[in-house]
Design a protein around this ligand. Structure first.
Ligand SMILES: [Zn+2]
Length: 57
């Protein structure tokens, strides 16, 4: 199965969830980012800091 991982800010979390759901036809995993390293991650849809990672694993 294809591995999908989308970084998302608060604004785009539903879009990220929708996209992973559509691609995998399963409800995705949603993890909040806590570590400092990951806190510098940027949202895949805009330039804001990502606070969630949506994946299908
Ligand atoms: Zn965003």
């Amino acid at each position: 199965m294809e591995k999908i991982r989308i970084n998302s800010c608060e604004t785009h979390i539903y879009r990220a969830l929708d996209e992973v759901t559509a691609k995998t036809e399963n409800f995705p995993d949603m993890e909040k980012i806590y570590t400092e390293e990951e806190l510098s991650t940027v949202c895949d849809y805009c330039a804001q800091a990502a606070i969630y990672v949506v994946s299908n694993t």
